[in-house]
Structure formats: C-alpha cells, structure tokens
Design a protein around this ligand. Structure first.
Ligand SMILES: [Zn+2]
Length: 51
C-alpha cells in the first residue's frame, strides 16, 4: 500500500492495519494516507485537496 500524497510505502502493523489512515475523496473512493502526511494536515479536507 502506498501513500497517495507522498507516494511512499505505508507500513503495516502486525495486525495488517495501516500506519496511517484512509480518507474518502470527492468521488467517495478510499485513499490511503501515511502517518507522516496525516500529521502534516490538520484535517481530512486538507488531505483530500492534496491528493
Ligand atoms: Zn505520505
């Protein structure tokens, strides 16, 4: 799984959970975002704008 903002690989925990989050774009599509990018943006709206 790659981050859709910075294109880096997103690590997974031993439970196969992403170290990051998912945001839904304007079309309702799930996009993966890494933890580093998650920290850079204050909210999901800002993340979606950067996709
Ligand atoms: Zn990222």
């Amino acid at each position: 799984m790659k981050c859709e903002i910075c294109k880096n690989k997103i690590h997974e925990t031993f439970l196969n959970k992403l170290v990051g989050t998912y945001v839904k774009d304007a079309k309702g599509k799930k996009r993966a975002v890494c933890f580093e990018c998650q920290k850079k943006f204050r909210n999901k709206e800002e993340m979606i704008k950067s996709l």
